[in-house]
Design a protein around this ligand. Structure first.
Ligand code: AHR
Length: 320
């Protein structure tokens, strides 16, 4: 008992030194989707770092891309009586029952990086980017780059049923609306992974005259774009030139590709969703003041004009 008290005091002291005392000593469950992308790996790393720095005991559960595993993890966190739950929800729907159970147990739930379709009184807040806007930024870039030229676009979608796949598609289509020279000729899921991105791109290339009929690729994340870039090269074409490449996340590898002229643009998604989430939780537990339902993170466009090698060097040690 004495040891536990001493450890808790040390944790609180450490957290005080970093200026975030109120979260110290809390136990927070984190249900992560899995490790499908470099971005996801960075989000996991940053969340663990943010918890450590604040003296939070983080219980981590990897769902390996399955909603049923996330529901199980949430029920286990509730049974353990954690102080709060973070969840990056793999898909948009099917959360109501388990979130009601958390609410009945008076455990605040915070959504990270993905949104859900459920009444918003079932969670405390959602820390996400504007996912539709990300797709629109990517689409606007392409519209501007292509000008009046006829351009057949192929699209690699994220995980079916996930909010970023749905919203990034919508935003991109909004940007292309009214620009009849740009047409999405093929669109399929690559599940946010490099391997699937490459595989699906290979099938697009085969179906579109060896790739000669494709003018641009829009990928819902950088990992699929990196896989697709490999497929384009293996088909004897130049990614970034013969086929323009636009994607989302801003992971280090896409900046490497950009510096080699093989990617044309990416929209940044910060992996630090946990920092704002823990700040909101702090304020809520301290003052019982509910945060806004949406805490929005930034979406910055990067192009080869942004010194991609410098950005690569800055980002590469950040857990991607
Ligand atoms: O929800 C965020 C998305 O999930 C990222 O853009 C993608 O890389 C990840 O798998």
């Amino acid at each position: 008992m004495k040891l536990k008290t001493a450890l808790l005091s040390a944790t609180i002291l450490a957290a005080c030194m970093f200026g975030s005392a109120s979260a110290a000593g809390l136990t927070v469950g984190f249900s992560q989707i899995g490790s499908e992308s470099g971005w996801r790996a960075a989000e996991t790393t940053v969340t663990k770092e943010q918890a450590k720095k604040r003296g939070i005991d983080l219980k981590f559960a990897d769902a390996q891309q399955k909603q049923e595993n996330q529901i199980k993890a949430l029920r286990s966190f509730i049974a353990q009586g954690v102080d709060a739950i973070l969840i990056a929800p793999v898909v948009e729907t099917g959360w109501d029952d388990v979130l009601k159970e958390a609410k009945e147990a008076k455990i605040p739930v915070i959504l990270l990086d993905r949104t859900i379709k459920a009444p918003d009184d079932l969670y405390l807040t959602a820390v996400t980017s504007d996912l539709v806007h990300e797709g629109k930024v990517a689409g606007d870039f392409l519209v501007k780059t292509v000008g009046d030229k006829k351009c057949n676009v192929v699209e690699l979608q994220g995980t079916t049923g996930s909010s970023p796949a749905i919203a990034r598609k919508k935003g991109f289509e909004e940007a292309l609306a009214g620009h009849d020279n740009l047409k999405i000729v093929r669109s399929q899921t690559g599940d946010f992974t490099r391997t699937k991105g490459k595989e699906v791109m290979e099938s697009f290339l085969k179906a579109e005259n060896g790739g000669k009929d494709i003018c641009a690729l829009y990928a819902h994340n950088d990992d699929m774009a990196v896989g697709a870039i490999q497929a384009i090269k293996e088909a004897g074409l130049k990614p970034g030139k013969d086929i323009l490449v636009v994607s989302i996340d801003a992971v280090p590898d896409i900046f490497k590709a950009m510096s080699e002229g093989e990617s044309n643009a990416t929209v940044e998604l910060t992996p630090n969703m946990a920092g704002p989430a823990f700040d909101a939780l702090d304020a809520y537990l301290k003052d019982k003041k509910a945060p806004p339902k949406w805490i929005q993170t930034e979406s910055k466009l990067y192009t080869p004009a942004d010194d991609p090698m410098k950005v690569y060097e800055e980002k590469k040690g950040q857990g991607y």
